[in-house]
Design a protein around this ligand. Sequence first.
Ligand SMILES: Nc1ncnc2c1ncn2[C@@H]1O[C@H](COP(=O)(O)OP(=O)(O)O)[C@@H](O)[C@H]1O
Ligand SMILES: [Mg+2]
Length: 637
Amino acid sequence: MRLSLKTKFTLATSLLVLAVVTVVSTLYLARLMRQTLRQANETASFVAQQVFDASRDALKEAAERGEAPASSDTADVRNYVRHAFDNSSTLNSLIESDMGISPTIIEITISDADGRVLVSSDATLRDEKLAMRPPISSLVRGGLFQEMRELYGPAQTYEFSLPFQLGDQPFGDIRVGLSSALIRGQILPGLETAGEWALGSVVVSTLLALLVSTIALAPIGRISAQLDRISAGQFDAEPVVERSDELGAVSTKIVGIGKQLRDVREIFSTLRENLDQVMSGLEDGLLLFNAQGRAVLVSPSVEKFLGKQPREMQGRRVGEIFPARHPLRGALKIEGDQIAPAEGKEVTLEGSAGPRRVGVIAQPIGERGVRMGTLVTLRDVESRERIGRIGSELQVSERLAALGRVTAGVAHEVKNPLNSMRLWLEVLKANMPIEPEPQQAVRMLDSEIDRLDRAVKTFLNFTRPVELKLEETELRGLLEEVLDAARPSITKAGLALHADLPAESPVALVDRQLIHQAVLNLLLNACDFTDPGGKITLGLRREGEFAVISVQDSGRGIPPEDQKKIFQLFFTTRPGGTGIGLANTFRFVQLHNGRIEFESETGRGTTFRVELPLARMAEAPAAKEREVGQTLAAEKR
Ligand SMILES: Nc1ncnc2c1ncn2[C@@H]1O[C@H](COP(=O)(O)OP(=O)(O)O)[C@@H](O)[C@H]1O
Ligand SMILES: [Mg+2]
């Protein structure tokens, strides 16, 4: 059972009050009981003393009347005393009236030394032997718990006894009997009042606690509603609690969080839209399964391979998409809902247009060693072969352009929060305590934001669409210009240069500036990664329909583990490097429908090869490229 904060607060307050009231009532009860017992004891002692005086007078009167015991025999003395007592009207009426002095007294008796009754308020006891009863003083001296036990146990009679002598011999006792039940009756009214007070205060305090908690916790209810709205996608512009205390601050912060959440949502939906756009342009069928083996992403072209609508497959388990005896089960090594990694498998699928050869790739996707899912790619082998290389290169650059759109959108979205973070940081700086630690933290943040800002700017630059200014170019002349630009760096690095340029230059349709930059980047890298005394060779030749530019160095080479990454933006191993050079080179070559490859051996050197279509062949793709350029430009507006 979950208790609300209000209930807990009220309950805690009531329990606290209950505890206090219980303690106070117990103390009160103890005092009341002690007082009542003491009073009973005192009254009994007073009565006993009165009876004692009256019996002494009774004996004196008997002596004055000339009466005397028949002999000194105990029985005669006893008879004489009883006679004297019986004859004293003062004594008898005193006993009778004393019975009314207190409601707790049930009997007054005078007995002889053997406990045999001489005179009693209770006539039936006459000459009976009266048993000893516990003294009331033992009760008065006992502790609270003993008092309670005795008073609230079975009813019992206590007594107060006053011994008296005849001559100088102890003769008997004056005994006053008290009933525990009647003493209890004395206490009862006080107890009832105390109980009523206790109950009353608990009820009143519970009501008060309820009232206070309702008032104090009302803002929390509003804040909770505010949070509910945020999670439902509605974002408040103003805090719901306008106060200067902690709750007000919390509400203001929630508004801030809501704003950030909205930004993130927008980024996310842009990303999603862009992703859908990219996916719809893909020839390959993509299925992304999460760790539990459910399809979270199915690209439209999957339909062409599996004959089912992507919508139907979304959210389905592996076993449902590839049921028993499905031809792909073998290639994907499906067990339960798990898919084993596979690469380069070929399967023939029966489609509406006859059998079709399909390439299958299954890649595990993970983060920091934790497997998060599997990406299955289905590829039409035959049409790929048919389209041939130029077509696929074209696809690559189209995809590059599309990806550029995705990432540029994201970068823009990052820039705005970044700017507002920087503003807030300035405010923070101005209001900062001067202790070194927070100051240092703010400086850290500042420099991290700077770094991020620079990265985003570079990234935006990188993804900005390029308008190609294509012209038929003699590549030899272009390369000579590049060499002129690179020569100072080559000399400075202490390297020998060998240029292997043919007399009759291949002609390609290129953007001079971009190809200049692409080759220059390769040459500068060769300088950066070759120790003095080494050699750089720049080559140019024709191979079939392509012009091939090569840049070879005798430098330290690229370690195998880095080879996959060198074209990535920001990847660098050079101190002070930016990791932009090769990424740009790659992009520029792609924009020309060209191809870039490299071979490298650690310690021996690296050779980069750039292939560009010759002018005659390049015309058609170049026209297509311009189209891509235009889409990008339109997107930017
Ligand atoms: N000729 C080369 N020899 C060895 N490594 C190279 C060569 N060219 C590029 N690399 C590797 O590729 C990385 C990326 O290069 P690049 O994109 O030009 O960035 P940067 O020059 O700023 O490091 C380099 O840091 C280096 O590790
Ligand atoms: Mg470089």
